[in-house]
Design a protein around this ligand. Structure first.
Ligand code: SPD
Length: 279
């Protein structure tokens, strides 16, 4: 069929597509493609959200780092995540209840029918799906053990999930919070904004992962709350919960917090409210 190209600041990723499986234009433009090398691919508003080839690299790191930071996560909130990949990973921890708050019901419908990466999580009886704005939901929400934000890139639809008010609401409603925080290499402004806006969390930390089909391959996550970076503890929980993963392991969990010097400097500058080299 041709090539799909995702453009970022001054460069782009070009992926050979065989077929467009479905497209819907509503509050977001949702497309699902069959690619030549990466299986099916979900694109929202022109940005790759996942490919079958590497979605686990992202979802496992987004989910297992916060879930294993908690001693007993039974009640979990996912904001976004309408494709069901994050819920699939959360269910591996045997929670009592998982609430997915997704603003765009078409994401759920199309992913359930055409993408099918959720491992039936979207139909699991422990999973409750609420079609609503994530921030508005939080205003009235009760407490969760873990809140995970699996959002799209900042856009008019998702922007409210990245501001100070959102982080402040989230802080009051969970023990452990985690969100995706964009590419620190090619989306540095977004990355710094997220870090800055989350200052309500006293002990927030950044960790990174490799996701080949995301901008420049290096992806970041922000985690906050009651954290533990003790390898023995994380490893014990991973084994006790009998988690099976293809990317995540407790060694990677700990090492993901070791940032390269340039990124450490950016993070330190924001945390200390300094105007650094990269301001
Ligand atoms: N451009 C990459 C944005 C990735 C964040 N969202 C991914 C959603 C997959 N569940």
């Amino acid at each position: 069929m041709g090539w799909f190209v995702e453009y970022y600041n001054g460069c782009g990723l070009k992926i050979k597509v065989i077929d467009k499986i479905v497209e819907h234009r509503g509050i977001q433009r949702i497309e699902i493609y069959q690619t030549e090398s990466f299986g099916k691919m979900l694109v929202i508003d022109g940005k790759i959200q996942l490919t079958e080839f590497d979605e686990a690299f992202y979802h496992e790191m987004l989910v297992h780092v916060p879930m294993l930071s908690h001693p007993n996560p039974k009640n979990v909130l996912i904001i976004g995540g309408g494709d069901g990949g994050a819920a699939r990973e959360v269910l591996k921890h045997n929670p009592d209840r998982v609430v997915i708050v997704e603003i765009d019901e078409k994401v759920i419908e199309l992913c359930k029918n055409y993408l099918k990466i959720d491992g039936n999580a979207l139909s699991d009886e422990r999973v409750e799906i609420v079609i609503f704005d994530g921030k508005e939901f939080l205003k009235k929400a009760k407490d969760f053990d873990v809140i995970i934000v699996d959002s799209t890139d900042p856009s008019p639809v998702s922007m409210s999930l990245f501001d100070e008010e959102f982080f402040s609401l989230a802080k009051d409603r969970c023990d452990v919070f985690c969100c995706q925080s964009q590419s620190p290499t090619i989306q540095l402004n977004y990355f710094k904004e997220i870090l800055k806006n989350s200052k309500v969390f006293e002990n927030r930390r950044i960790y990174i992962s490799y996701v080949p089909t995301y901008p420049l391959g290096l992806w970041s996550f922000l985690i906050a709350g009651e954290l533990s970076l003790n390898f023995k503890k994380i490893n014990r929980r991973y084994r006790k919960r009998k988690i099976k993963t293809i990317y995540y392991n407790p060694e990677i969990h700990i090492s993901a917090f070791n940032l390269p010097n340039w990124l450490k400097e950016v993070v330190d500058d924001v945390l200390n409210e300094r105007r650094g080299r990269n301001a």
